[in-house]
Design a protein around this ligand. Structure first.
Ligand code: ATP
Length: 451
C-alpha cells in the first residue's frame, strides 16, 4: 500500500531564527517518486523531517492519505527513512540489521523469509552474514535500504542517500533505487542537491530556494520551461548562460535584443513567443542561452532563425564525447544569488555573493529581491572592484571571464584567445524579466512525450 502526502502552506521556524521553510504547498500522489532539489540550506531536509514527524510544523498542515497528520507520532506514520549516513547497528550482521524493524514490530515472528526476499530484491544475499565494518560504503547503503524496505512501509523518505558514495557507484545505485521503488510502488520523497540525480530519478522535481518552493514539474519541463532564472541556472550541465540585455521594439522597425556588444534581431514575422517580449520594450531583461542553443559557424551557414555573433575563446573543456567552449562575447553576465551554495555546501545560501557586493550593489540587490519576491537577480561584480570586497570579486572575475558556453563535437579545434563566429538559434532563446521570471517561451509548445 502506498499513500498520498500533502503539504498545505507549511512553514518551519527554528527557535527565533528566520523561516527555514516558507509556505510550502505540495502534493505527492500514491506511488509517485518526487525529488526535492535545491542548494545546501534551502530547507529540503526540513521538509522531509516534517513529513516524517521528526520536526514540528510551525504553521500549515500535513495530510497523509487526506488525514490531518501534524500531530501523528512518527512511529504511527508507517514511513521509512534512509539517510546519507548509513545508520546500521555495527554489532549486528546485515541479516540482523534488515530484520530489526520486523523484530520490533513482531518480536516472536519468523522474519527470515522476509529478510531473504528483501536481500534478493537488492542483490545482497551474500552480504547478509557480514557486519557493517566488513562492508564497503555502497554495500552498507544497500543493507540500509534493505532495512528500510523490509517492513514494507507505505512511504519512503530518502535524504541524500547516495551523496557519500563515489560517482560510479552513485549512478549504479541510482538505477537500483529507481527500479526498486517502481517495483514496490511506494510513494517516495527523495532529497538531493544533485540536479542530475533529481532529473534521472524523479517523476516530478520540486526545486527549492531559501525555504521557498520555486517549481514542481516533470524533469523535462523543469529543464525546458524553468519558471525563473534560479531554476534555469540550477538545472542543466553546463549551466545555462544568463546575460543582461534590453529589448527594443520601436514601432514599425522590428524587434531586437541588445546584449551590449551584440544585437539579436528577432526574425519577422515574430513568433508567438517573441511577441510576448513586446511588453518588455526598453526594460532590462535576462537572456538565457543553453550550450546547445549556440554553435560555432560563420554567418554564411546561418539557418532560418539563427543570428550571428562573435566571441573570444576563453577556455575549452574536453569531455571525451564533446567539448564545451567557454566564450567571452562582451556581454554582461547576470548573477543569480544562492546558486553557489550548491557547490559549496558549507556556505550559507547567498552569503558568498552578498559578501562580494558592496554599497550600491547590495542596495540594488535588496531592491531587486523585494521586487522579485522569491528570485533575486544581481549584476555581476564591476570590472575593477574597490573597497573591502574587492579581493573576493576580482578573484571570481579572474576565474570566470566567459559569458557563454557552447557545446561542440570533440573534434572541433579552437584556439584559446581566438575570435570565433557563433550562430544563436533564436527558437532556443529564454528571456526572463527583470525579476527573474520567465517571459519567453510561453510554455505551451512542448510536444507530448510518451513515457
Ligand atoms: N535544528 C536546527 N536548528 C536551527 N536551524 C536549523 C536546524 N536544522 C536546520 N536549520 C536551518 O534551516 C535551514 C534549512 O536547513 P535544511 O537542513 O533543511 O536544508 P537542506 O536544504 O536540507 O540543506 P543540506 O542539503 O545542506 O542538508 C538552514 O538554514 C539550516 O541552518
Amino acid at each position: 500500500m502506498s499513500r498520498s502526502i500533502a503539504l498545505r502552506d507549511v512553514s518551519k521556524r527554528y527557535g527565533r531564527g528566520s523561516l527555514a521553510v516558507e509556505r510550502v504547498s505540495l502534493t505527492v500522489e500514491p506511488g509517485e517518486f518526487l525529488v526535492l532539489l535545491g542548494p545546501s540550506g534551502c530547507g529540503k531536509s526540513t521538509v522531509l523531517r516534517m513529513i516524517a514527524g521528526l520536526e514540528e510544523i510551525t504553521e500549515g498542515a500535513l495530510y497523509l492519505d487526506g488525514e490531518y497528520a501534524n500531530h501523528v507520532p512518527p512511529s504511527e506514520r508507517d514511513i521509512a527513512m534512509v539517510f546519507q549516513s548509513f545508520a546500521l547497528y555495527p554489532n549486528m550482521t546485515g541479516r540482523a540489521n534488515i530484520g530489526f524493524p520486523l523484530k520490533l514490530r513482531d518480536p516472536r515472528g519468523d522474519h527470515e523469509p522476509q529478510v531473504e526476499a528483501t536481500a534478493r530484491m537488492l542483490g545482497i544475499e551474500d552480504l547478509l552474514d557480514r557486519f557493517p565494518g566488513q562492508l564497503s560504503g555502497g554495500e552498507r547503503q544497500r543493507v540500509a535500504m534493505g532495512r528500510a524496505i523490509s517492513r514494507q512501509p507505505s512511504v519512503f523518505l530518502m535524504d541524500e542517500p547516495l551523496s557519500s558514495l563515489d560517482s560510479k557507484l552513485r549512478t549504479h545505485l541510482r538505477a537500483e533505487i529507481a527500479r526498486l521503488t517502481a517495483e514496490l510502488g511506494v510513494t517516495t520523497v527523495y532529497v538531493t542537491h544533485d540536479q542530475s540525480e533529481a532529473m534521472s530519478l524523479g517523476h516530478r522535481v520540486a526545486v527549492m530556494r531559501g525555504g521557498v518552493l520555486q517549481q514542481v514539474s516533470s524533469p523535462r519541463d523543469t529543464y525546458a520551461l524553468p519558471a525563473n532564472v534560479f531554476v534555469a541556472a540550477f538545472i542543466g550541465t553546463p549551466r545555462i548562460s544568463l546575460l543582461q540585455a534590453v529589448v527594443h521594439a520601436p514601432l514599425g522597425a522590428g524587434m531586437w535584443i541588445d546584449l551590449g556588444r551584440h544585437r539579436l534581431a528577432l526574425p519577422q514575422p515574430l513568433s508567438p513567443d517573441h511577441q510576448l517580449l513586446r511588453i518588455q520594450q526598453g526594460r532590462p531583461v535576462i537572456v538565457g542561452l543553453r550550450s546547445e542553443a549556440v554553435r560555432i559557424a560563420p554567418p554564411s551557414q546561418a539557418r532560418p532563425g539563427e543570428v550571428a555573433m562573435t566571441g573570444i575563446v576563453e577556455h575549452v573543456e574536453y569531455q571525451g564525447h564533446e567539448a564545451l567552449v567557454h566564450v567571452d562575447t562582451g556581454s554582461r553576465p547576470a548573477v543569480v544569488a544562492d546558486l553557489e551554495s550548491a557547490r559549496q555546501p558549507a556556505a550559507r545560501p547567498g552569503r558568498s555573493l552578498r559578501r562580494q557586493q558592496s554599497g550600491l550593489g547590495r542596495l540594488k540587490a535588496r531592491a531587486v529581491e523585494r521586487l522579485s519576491g522569491s528570485v533575486a537577480v544581481l549584476d555581476a561584480p564591476p570590472e575593477s572592484p574597490q573597497g573591502p570586497d574587492a579581493g573576493v570579486a576580482s578573484e571570481r572575475l579572474g576565474a570566470v571571464r566567459s559569458d557563454l558556453v557552447v557545446r561542440t563535437g570533440p573534434h572541433v579545434r579552437v584556439r584559446v584567445g581566438a575570435q570565433i563566429p557563433l550562430l544563436v538559434d533564436l527558437a532556443q532563446l529564454y528571456v526572463f524579466d527583470h525579476a527573474g521570471q520567465r517571459v519567453s517561451p510561453a510554455g505551451d509548445g512542448l510536444a507530448p512525450l510518451e513515457r
